[in-house]
Ligand binder design. Sequence first.
Ligand code: HEM
Length: 327
Amino acid sequence: MATKTLFVFLITLTFGLLAGSAEAQSLSVGFYTKTCPSAEAIVFEEVSKILDLVPSLAAPLLRMHFHDCFVRGCDGSVLLNSTNGNVAEKDARPNLSLRGYGVIDRVKAKLEEACPGIVSCADVLALVARDAVVLSKGPFWPVPTGRRDGLVSLANETRQLPPPTSNITTLISMFGSKGLSVKDLVVLSGAHTIGISHCTSFNDRLYNFTGKANLADVDPTLDKEYLAKLRTICKPNDNITFVEMDPGSFRTFDTSYYKEVSKRRGVFHSDEALLKHPLTKAYVLSHAGASEAEFFQDFGNSMINMGNVGVLTGSAGEIRKKCYAIN
Ligand code: HEM
């Protein structure tokens, strides 16, 4: 109850503070204030109820907004089902490990009951991601809204999502192509403070790093002790088992991800790669185990930057009735 009161207070406060500057932007904080005043409270309430029952869904809900924004912009295209003759993003390899589509459908159904045809699925994703972070003890940030939903979803466009094998050059260039900075990259990678990864996403580092596929063919940058531990959990070709990405605190949004990475215990090559550029390395080292305040502020800002990528506004696209199909 206390969390809910605080949430409503924060929403009210940020609407008040940002109302003046909102008009110049294509998205605006409090976009639904007149058309669906309870929209954000409805989203928060539904997400709270669901995460109370299934806390492990917080992480994939955060990840889903990222996967939406990097492909065709934040337009809800990740939510569309495949149809006869079209394989949608959802069914492409990087999205097969996404979970939580049912949560989005449930939140959207509640919104449709309260204000039919008003709140876009793309905005639902952005608000749910924020609330998933808040409910994992992470920061609150005001989410600019007003996105509209796209009409197209193509599996092969998920190539725009960086693979876990990416090196730092690839990561910087893939984030740069979305208008996101090197700082956004290192800050948003901090999302790996919550959630899990399947062994398949990093098994090459344990068993087949250079294609030799023998027990000595490991990623030399991975901490030896951690490597041995991961090998006890993940066997070669294991595509079922998963590990906590931030062991011991994988349900709490905090700075311990940076501590793990600084000790060369990031699970992905892309986590380790953050130690290969002066700016990202400095950020990792200075936030390893440091107090949360600066990271929390940065994370909110970078999520707002990511949430602006390629958005549809005005009369572009549509407001879907169901998030999994165009109207
Ligand atoms: C920097 C490039 C990134 C790469 C290469 C990457 C890659 C991955 C991979 C491979 C997984 C594990 C999937 C699985 O095996 O189940 C994962 C999980 C996750 N990613 Fe990322 N990611 C990146 C950036 C991001 C960003 C920007 C966010 C959000 C802002 C994010 C949030 C998450 C979360 C929360 C999980 C855990 C999901 C769960 O528990 O199901 N990632 N990521």
